[in-house]
Design a protein around this ligand. Structure first.
Ligand SMILES: Nc1ncnc2c1ncn2[C@@H]1O[C@H](COP(=O)(O)OP(=O)(O)OP(=O)(O)O)[C@@H](O)[C@H]1O
Ligand SMILES: Nc1ncnc2c1ncn2[C@@H]1O[C@H](COP(=O)(O)OP(=O)(O)OP(=O)(O)O)[C@@H](O)[C@H]1O
Ligand SMILES: [Mg+2]
Ligand SMILES: [Mg+2]
Lengths: 262, 262
């Protein structure tokens, strides 16, 4: 089962979602592979790989024919493997456009190892180019993390538009598993309530527009989520009793339910 | 004078910086053009252009030979013109890679109108591909908005690396005008102080590492900055007496000083 975490709007929490959801599924005993398709390699850095040690990376596997079996590496989390991101991906569109079957490249490279994992999660860069098309074609489901702010809302309309066109134009058969509300303000302080009021207006708009495609679990803004990556840990290792850890556990449960058709 | 606002890390405030800095310069009487190079067209939406009315856009000018004079439009802000973004830019790398002189395309299309503006600000998508290379080559200066969080810090190291390589590899002669600290927490509440402490650690790291390349003016997290785009207004129209409006006025002053060599 391949789940693609995507949003062309930047900074909505794709990497944070991918890392912590992967960790939550691995903690439940599922065999998980995180595929980092971002040139910045944020997910790889968050899982402890040093910037100078990213190679062999997903870019080399996709664009230079490197063996995926050799490129996949273990992480410090049991049951979670990683295919790192890296700067080679920055020119992926240029390289992919010259090859036969350019949209199906990721599907092809994942084929030999797909059976070894229960879940494969792909972290995408904030774009909608050929590399993201590859991810959507390789995926069974996709998840869209959204921050309830006006600019992020407009980005979502644009993303849904484009994915619908892919589905009809290219016969891509990927299903939206859900929209995750991220960075919801959780504090009762008066100073922040204006922000919370705005956010809740946007969340209501999303629920009206997309119905139960909006996941019930929301992830609140939590400073521990910005700290954990600097210690190369998931939220479960860094702050196992935190609200954030609970929210990601809940998210994993809800994702599992939806993947199994409930 | 062409100023490029760039950061491959998503959600750091490129669009918010571009829109409000452009407005601040226009308010001072400078003739300003905002060039939206983002397929999401966030800057265009923030300045009141409807998603269905983006054409003719920068994508059509760059990739389809549309006349830039005809594509530029007025905004509801005096002295500020706009060249809209749009979805055509999503496959810009594929189209640009097939043409002669592919890195200099933006420089070429801006040439006929450059003299009509004192400042041209380019809002970039969160990437470092051929389109961003075009922007860096067309630019005189570039600005990097950064949110003081660990993942954004790693992204900055990567960005500076890549830009240095462009400069030596391709003879690009663009100067870093400054790094803007954005979304700095401004509240004295205990609940937030942990976040503020982390942020200030990162700001100190940045000042140690990049010296006076880090602008003195910082932009604090302010909910009015997320609201203004939904009213198609700059912060000066939406909340002229707010701290955020003052911060952007101060930022404009500092940018002007730096552009004039102080
Ligand atoms: N719920 C949250 N609470 C607090 N901080 C968060 C939360 N989710 C994400 N962050 C922080 O916000 C920043 C952006 O998140 P992240 O990098 O995961 O987004 P992204 O969508 O992957 O970004 P990009 O578009 O650059 O790939 C990071 O510094 C991250 O630590
Ligand atoms: N100082 C600030 N205070 C509060 N909110 C802010 C601030 N700066 C930006 N924002 C909000 O944060 C979100 C991200 O900002 P923005 O869209 O400008 O970033 P960006 O770097 O242009 O994103 P992208 O990478 O998608 O192009 C927006 O919803 C914006 O309104
Ligand atoms: Mg990311
Ligand atoms: Mg933007």
């Amino acid at each position: 089962m391949v789940i693609v975490v995507i949003n062309n709007k930047g900074g909505t929490g794709k990497t944070t979602t991918c890392v912590n959801l992967s960790a939550a599924l691995a903690n439940l005993g599922y065999r998980v592979l995180l595929v980092d398709l971002d040139p910045q390699a944020s997910a790889s850095l968050s899982l402890g790989v040093d910037y100078s040690n990213l190679s062999p990376s997903s870019g080399e596997v996709l664009l230079e024919g490197y063996s995926i079996e050799k490129a996949i590496r273990k992480t410090n989390i049991n049951c979670l493997d990683l295919l790192t991101g890296g700067i080679e991906l920055a020119h992926s569109d240029l390289v992919l456009s010259d090859i036969e079957d350019r949209e199906n490249k990721l599907t092809e490279v994942l084929e030999p190892i797909k059976d070894r994992y229960d879940y494969i999660l792909c972290d995408c860069a904030p774009a909608l180019s050929l590399l993201q098309v590859n991810a959507l074609i390789a995926g069974d489901h996709f998840i869209i993390p959204v921050v309830p702010e006006y600019l992020a809302l407009e980005g979502l309309v644009n993303l849904m538009d484009v994915v619908e066109r892919f589905k009809t134009g290219m016969g891509v058969d990927i299903d939206l598993l859900g929209i995750i509300i991220n960075k919801l303000n959780s504090t009762p302080f008066v100073f922040l309530n204006r922000e919370l009021r705005n956010q809740l207006d946007i969340v209501n708009l999303l629920r009206e527009h997309y119905g139960d495609k909006v996941l019930k679990t929301t992830i609140k803004r939590n400073v521990q989520l910005t700290e954990a990556p600097s210690y190369n840990q998931s939220i479960f290792q860094y702050a196992p009793k935190s609200n954030a850890a609970q929210q990601y556990s809940q998210l994993a449960e809800e994702i599992l339910m939806r993947c199994n058709g409930f």
